[in-house]
Ligand binder design. Sequence first.
Ligand SMILES: Cc1cc2nc3c(=O)[nH]c(=O)nc-3n(C[C@H](O)[C@H](O)[C@H](O)COP(=O)(O)OP(=O)(O)OC[C@H]3O[C@@H](n4cnc5c(N)ncnc54)[C@H](O)[C@@H]3O)c2cc1C
Length: 379
Amino acid sequence: MTPDYDLSEEHELIRRTVRDFAVERVVPVAEELDREHRFPYELVGELAELGLMGMTIPEEYGGAGTDTLSYAIAVEELTRVDSSVAITVAAHHSLGTLPIFLFGNEEQKREWLPQLASGEKLAAFGLTEPDAGSDAGATRTRAELRDGEWVINGSKMFITNAGTDITACVTITAVTGEDEISNIIVPNGVQGYEIAPQMRKLGWRASDTRELSFRDVRVPEANLLGPRGKGFQQFLEILDGGRISVAAMGVGLAQGAYDLALQYAKDRRQFGRPIAEFQAVQFTLADMATEIEAGRSMVYKAAWLKDQGRAFGKEAAMAKLYTGELSNRAANAALQIHGGYGFMDEFPISRLYRDQKILEIGEGTNEVQRMVIAKHLGL
Ligand SMILES: Cc1cc2nc3c(=O)[nH]c(=O)nc-3n(C[C@H](O)[C@H](O)[C@H](O)COP(=O)(O)OP(=O)(O)OC[C@H]3O[C@@H](n4cnc5c(N)ncnc54)[C@H](O)[C@@H]3O)c2cc1C
């Protein structure tokens, strides 16, 4: 069979729809949201109406029932103009909602998914702890079963979407016995569960990032997600999928930086001509365009493999690593093309430059991706 590199009409329609939304609704407010560190409630409501908050969740649970490739395209298009909005969607979908869909029993799915997949409420996933980052298995948060309830003590660090006014719950990893990690759903508002104020950040300033603490927090035994002791395998699976989201963000950010640099190079005149006429600038743009093409192919392939029900962990890690580093080079080169103006807040490239760095840290650092890839290579 001849390989088909064209996207389907459906995929192209999703790209156009999300691009139109991003340009018409996100671009006008992105700078202000970033400056004020303000969570984009209004945009989340509109994204929910468009069906973009629970894209791959089946329609019977309130989602849009799309494939992973559609979702990757949507995340890419949002990141192209604003990473805070994109990570709000991606963390809610891939980290907050998917675990409940993948590992929840029917009762849990019926209870949580309709409100989450529709985007009416948000969900978070709490894996990272102050002393358990890359070494995520070093979780110290404990959950003890007492009189039909889990009693939880511990803390989580840097959790996206956990503390918004519309957050319904966080799924956390906790030690439930010797060498035993499990995932437990903790609804917002239960006694003893404290959500610290929004963290101040270099980038993703309009997204919600919190430290969480649990002091004798009691939740029903039935909030355990999947079989007891399967938490480690579950979060590895969640991270594999989540890497496709962050890789799509890498491509989107690089594309956004390229778009800004191309336009600027055409507009900015020095030495009596647009700087786009200088070969040094042309080569920079040519290199960016080439790498973006390569990165996009890697992301789409990982998404496609997942949609085929095939193994995709290696490809997702490779795509995440490559696009993280690609977006770093692209943001840096694009700012360089802007000269001193790129250093100013009113030029969007400065925001993209700040928003880029976390793409090499979140959902596993570049080093962790290399460790994952090496493992897939049998090393
Ligand atoms: C804005 C933001 C949002 C986030 N959202 C979430 C979320 O929603 N849920 C969640 O659970 N987490 C979230 N995180 C946490 C994120 O996933 C972690 O920050 C990340 O996994 C790295 O962990 P760490 O920060 O503890 O760094 P560390 O693990 O302490 O790493 C520090 C450095 O050491 C390197 N290193 C560590 N171990 C090794 C090794 N074996 N070999 C080589 N190098 C190594 C790392 O690559 C890194 O360069 C978020 C983080 C941020 C900043």
